[in-house]
Design a binder for this molecule. Structure first.
Ligand SMILES: Nc1nc2c(c(=O)[nH]1)N[C@H]1C(S)=C(S)[C@@H](COP(=O)(O)O)O[C@H]1N2
Ligand SMILES: [Mo]
Length: 221
Protein backbone atom coordinates (compact mmCIF):
# COMPACT_ATOMS: atom_id res chain seq x y z
CA UNK A 1 0.00 0.00 0.00
CA UNK A 2 1.28 3.41 -0.93
CA UNK A 3 1.84 5.91 1.82
CA UNK A 4 0.50 9.43 1.67
CA UNK A 5 3.90 10.82 0.70
CA UNK A 6 4.27 8.21 -2.07
CA UNK A 7 0.77 8.81 -3.44
CA UNK A 8 1.31 12.55 -3.63
CA UNK A 9 4.66 12.00 -5.37
CA UNK A 10 2.91 9.95 -8.08
CA UNK A 11 -0.01 12.33 -8.60
CA UNK A 12 0.31 15.18 -11.08
CA UNK A 13 -1.60 18.42 -11.27
CA UNK A 14 -2.73 19.68 -14.69
CA UNK A 15 -0.80 22.68 -16.02
CA UNK A 16 -1.89 25.91 -14.35
CA UNK A 17 -4.45 27.96 -16.28
CA UNK A 18 -2.76 31.00 -17.77
CA UNK A 19 -2.85 34.13 -15.68
CA UNK A 20 -2.22 32.26 -12.44
CA UNK A 21 1.55 32.01 -12.75
CA UNK A 22 3.14 33.44 -9.66
CA UNK A 23 -0.04 33.02 -7.65
CA UNK A 24 -0.77 29.30 -7.99
CA UNK A 25 2.28 27.40 -6.71
CA UNK A 26 3.80 24.71 -8.96
CA UNK A 27 1.94 21.39 -9.03
CA UNK A 28 -1.25 22.80 -7.45
CA UNK A 29 -4.87 22.83 -8.70
CA UNK A 30 -7.43 25.44 -7.71
CA UNK A 31 -10.55 24.42 -5.83
CA UNK A 32 -13.63 26.39 -4.82
CA UNK A 33 -14.55 23.84 -2.20
CA UNK A 34 -12.95 23.56 1.18
CA UNK A 35 -11.56 20.05 1.70
CA UNK A 36 -11.40 18.71 5.24
CA UNK A 37 -8.25 16.79 6.11
CA UNK A 38 -7.02 15.51 9.41
CA UNK A 39 -5.91 12.50 11.36
CA UNK A 40 -8.15 11.00 13.98
CA UNK A 41 -11.44 12.28 15.33
CA UNK A 42 -12.84 15.79 15.51
CA UNK A 43 -12.32 16.78 19.15
CA UNK A 44 -15.29 17.71 21.33
CA UNK A 45 -14.83 20.49 23.84
CA UNK A 46 -16.28 21.77 27.06
CA UNK A 47 -15.17 25.36 26.59
CA UNK A 48 -14.94 25.97 30.35
CA UNK A 49 -12.04 23.49 30.35
CA UNK A 50 -10.38 24.76 27.18
CA UNK A 51 -6.93 26.35 27.54
CA UNK A 52 -4.00 27.29 25.33
CA UNK A 53 -0.72 26.53 27.04
CA UNK A 54 2.62 28.21 26.37
CA UNK A 55 5.77 26.48 27.56
CA UNK A 56 9.37 25.62 26.66
CA UNK A 57 11.86 28.49 26.23
CA UNK A 58 9.82 31.09 28.11
CA UNK A 59 10.67 32.84 31.36
CA UNK A 60 7.23 31.88 32.66
CA UNK A 61 4.78 29.34 31.38
CA UNK A 62 1.39 30.80 30.54
CA UNK A 63 -2.11 29.45 30.14
CA UNK A 64 -4.80 31.36 28.26
CA UNK A 65 -8.51 30.86 28.44
CA UNK A 66 -10.59 31.38 25.31
CA UNK A 67 -12.00 34.63 26.74
CA UNK A 68 -8.52 36.00 27.36
CA UNK A 69 -7.54 35.34 23.75
CA UNK A 70 -10.79 36.78 22.41
CA UNK A 71 -10.09 39.99 24.33
CA UNK A 72 -6.96 40.61 22.20
CA UNK A 73 -7.05 42.82 19.07
CA UNK A 74 -8.80 41.07 16.18
CA UNK A 75 -7.70 41.08 12.56
CA UNK A 76 -9.28 39.98 9.29
CA UNK A 77 -7.06 38.83 6.46
CA UNK A 78 -7.68 37.57 2.95
CA UNK A 79 -5.20 35.03 1.65
CA UNK A 80 -4.60 31.98 -0.54
CA UNK A 81 -4.03 28.56 1.03
CA UNK A 82 -2.12 25.59 -0.43
CA UNK A 83 -2.37 21.97 0.66
CA UNK A 84 0.38 19.45 -0.05
CA UNK A 85 -2.28 17.10 -1.49
CA UNK A 86 -2.28 19.57 -4.45
CA UNK A 87 -5.32 21.78 -3.86
CA UNK A 88 -5.09 25.52 -3.47
CA UNK A 89 -7.90 27.87 -2.58
CA UNK A 90 -7.78 31.58 -3.33
CA UNK A 91 -9.23 34.53 -1.44
CA UNK A 92 -10.03 32.83 1.84
CA UNK A 93 -11.00 35.25 4.60
CA UNK A 94 -10.03 34.61 8.19
CA UNK A 95 -10.63 36.44 11.41
CA UNK A 96 -8.45 35.90 14.43
CA UNK A 97 -5.81 37.15 16.77
CA UNK A 98 -2.26 37.64 15.51
CA UNK A 99 0.33 35.22 16.87
CA UNK A 100 2.62 38.18 17.47
CA UNK A 101 0.01 39.88 19.65
CA UNK A 102 -0.04 36.78 21.84
CA UNK A 103 3.79 36.85 21.83
CA UNK A 104 3.70 40.37 23.30
CA UNK A 105 2.10 38.93 26.45
CA UNK A 106 4.88 36.36 26.87
CA UNK A 107 8.43 36.47 28.06
CA UNK A 108 10.02 34.35 25.39
CA UNK A 109 13.72 33.63 25.92
CA UNK A 110 16.03 35.09 23.26
CA UNK A 111 17.34 31.57 22.49
CA UNK A 112 13.92 30.45 21.23
CA UNK A 113 14.09 29.97 17.47
CA UNK A 114 11.39 27.41 16.70
CA UNK A 115 7.86 26.67 17.82
CA UNK A 116 6.16 23.32 18.15
CA UNK A 117 2.46 23.87 17.66
CA UNK A 118 0.51 21.39 19.78
CA UNK A 119 -3.02 20.47 18.79
CA UNK A 120 -5.76 17.92 19.38
CA UNK A 121 -5.81 15.03 18.85
CA UNK A 122 -2.11 14.34 19.33
CA UNK A 123 -1.14 16.52 16.39
CA UNK A 124 1.95 18.68 16.30
CA UNK A 125 3.79 20.67 13.67
CA UNK A 126 7.00 22.71 13.84
CA UNK A 127 7.47 26.22 12.44
CA UNK A 128 10.44 28.61 12.78
CA UNK A 129 9.50 31.37 15.20
CA UNK A 130 10.37 34.05 12.62
CA UNK A 131 7.69 32.61 10.33
CA UNK A 132 5.00 33.19 12.94
CA UNK A 133 5.60 36.89 13.43
CA UNK A 134 4.08 38.18 10.19
CA UNK A 135 0.86 40.16 9.70
CA UNK A 136 -1.09 37.20 8.36
CA UNK A 137 -0.26 34.61 11.01
CA UNK A 138 -3.44 34.16 12.99
CA UNK A 139 -5.00 32.16 15.74
CA UNK A 140 -8.19 32.01 13.72
CA UNK A 141 -11.75 31.42 14.90
CA UNK A 142 -13.68 32.57 11.81
CA UNK A 143 -13.59 31.56 8.16
CA UNK A 144 -15.38 33.54 5.42
CA UNK A 145 -17.36 35.49 7.99
CA UNK A 146 -18.67 32.47 9.92
CA UNK A 147 -17.37 30.78 13.05
CA UNK A 148 -15.03 27.92 12.15
CA UNK A 149 -16.89 24.64 11.80
CA UNK A 150 -15.72 21.95 14.19
CA UNK A 151 -14.15 20.01 11.29
CA UNK A 152 -12.12 23.04 10.21
CA UNK A 153 -10.70 23.59 13.66
CA UNK A 154 -13.22 25.24 15.97
CA UNK A 155 -12.64 26.77 18.46
CA UNK A 156 -9.18 27.87 17.34
CA UNK A 157 -6.73 26.98 14.61
CA UNK A 158 -3.44 28.36 13.46
CA UNK A 159 -3.20 30.00 10.05
CA UNK A 160 0.24 30.06 8.40
CA UNK A 161 -0.75 30.75 4.81
CA UNK A 162 2.75 30.94 3.30
CA UNK A 163 3.48 27.29 4.16
CA UNK A 164 1.66 24.10 3.10
CA UNK A 165 -1.56 23.83 5.03
CA UNK A 166 -0.52 20.99 7.32
CA UNK A 167 1.41 23.69 9.24
CA UNK A 168 -1.93 25.42 9.93
CA UNK A 169 -2.86 23.17 12.84
CA UNK A 170 -6.53 22.88 13.72
CA UNK A 171 -7.70 22.61 17.37
CA UNK A 172 -4.56 24.23 18.74
CA UNK A 173 -3.88 23.80 22.46
CA UNK A 174 -0.31 24.92 22.96
CA UNK A 175 2.85 26.58 21.73
CA UNK A 176 6.19 25.17 22.80
CA UNK A 177 9.09 27.54 22.23
CA UNK A 178 12.29 25.65 21.35
CA UNK A 179 16.01 26.35 20.93
CA UNK A 180 16.51 23.49 18.54
CA UNK A 181 14.15 22.44 15.80
CA UNK A 182 12.27 19.16 16.10
CA UNK A 183 9.99 17.59 13.48
CA UNK A 184 6.24 17.40 14.05
CA UNK A 185 3.84 14.67 12.94
CA UNK A 186 3.95 14.98 9.13
CA UNK A 187 7.53 16.22 9.22
CA UNK A 188 8.50 12.87 10.78
CA UNK A 189 6.47 11.05 8.16
CA UNK A 190 8.04 11.91 4.83
CA UNK A 191 7.06 15.57 4.52
CA UNK A 192 9.32 18.59 4.26
CA UNK A 193 10.48 20.29 7.42
CA UNK A 194 9.80 23.84 6.17
CA UNK A 195 7.10 23.32 3.48
CA UNK A 196 7.21 26.37 1.18
CA UNK A 197 4.63 25.73 -1.60
CA UNK A 198 6.35 28.10 -4.05
CA UNK A 199 9.56 26.08 -3.78
CA UNK A 200 7.48 22.90 -3.87
CA UNK A 201 8.92 21.64 -0.59
CA UNK A 202 6.56 18.71 -0.25
CA UNK A 203 8.77 15.87 0.89
CA UNK A 204 11.80 15.30 3.04
CA UNK A 205 14.71 13.78 1.18
CA UNK A 206 15.29 11.17 3.81
CA UNK A 207 13.82 7.70 3.80
CA UNK A 208 11.68 7.95 6.92
CA UNK A 209 9.10 5.58 8.28
CA UNK A 210 5.90 6.65 6.51
CA UNK A 211 2.34 6.56 7.80
CA UNK A 212 0.04 3.80 6.59
CA UNK A 213 -2.76 6.00 5.44
CA UNK A 214 -3.48 9.65 4.75
CA UNK A 215 -6.68 11.06 6.18
CA UNK A 216 -9.57 9.02 7.42
CA UNK A 217 -12.56 11.21 6.73
CA UNK A 218 -12.32 12.56 3.21
CA UNK A 219 -14.84 15.30 3.32
CA UNK A 220 -15.64 18.78 1.97
CA UNK A 221 -17.65 21.76 3.05
N1 LIG B 1 -5.05 19.11 14.81
C1 LIG B 1 -4.85 18.85 13.51
N2 LIG B 1 -4.63 19.88 12.67
C2 LIG B 1 -4.42 19.65 11.36
C3 LIG B 1 -4.40 18.34 10.85
C4 LIG B 1 -4.63 17.27 11.77
O1 LIG B 1 -4.63 16.08 11.41
N3 LIG B 1 -4.86 17.57 13.09
N4 LIG B 1 -4.18 18.15 9.51
C5 LIG B 1 -3.48 19.21 8.79
C6 LIG B 1 -3.56 19.02 7.36
S1 LIG B 1 -2.65 17.76 6.71
C7 LIG B 1 -4.24 19.91 6.56
S2 LIG B 1 -4.11 19.82 4.88
C8 LIG B 1 -5.11 20.95 7.12
C9 LIG B 1 -6.51 20.84 6.58
O2 LIG B 1 -7.33 21.85 7.09
P1 LIG B 1 -8.84 21.86 6.64
O3 LIG B 1 -9.44 20.53 7.04
O4 LIG B 1 -9.48 23.01 7.33
O5 LIG B 1 -8.85 22.02 5.13
O6 LIG B 1 -5.19 20.86 8.53
C10 LIG B 1 -3.97 20.60 9.15
N5 LIG B 1 -4.20 20.72 10.55
MO1 LIG C 1 -2.63 18.02 4.41
Amino acid sequence: MLTKAERIKKSKAPPAPSGLEGRLPPGQTLTDRFPILHEGEVPRYEMVDWTLRVFGEVEEEATFTYEQLMALPKTTIETDIHCVTRWSKFDTVWEGVRFRDVMKLLKVKPEARYVMVHADNDYETNVPLADLLGDDILLAYQFNGEPLTDKHGWPLRLLVPHLYFWKSAKWIRGFEFMKEDRPGFWERNGFHNYADPFREQRFSGEDLGLPEDEWHHKDYD
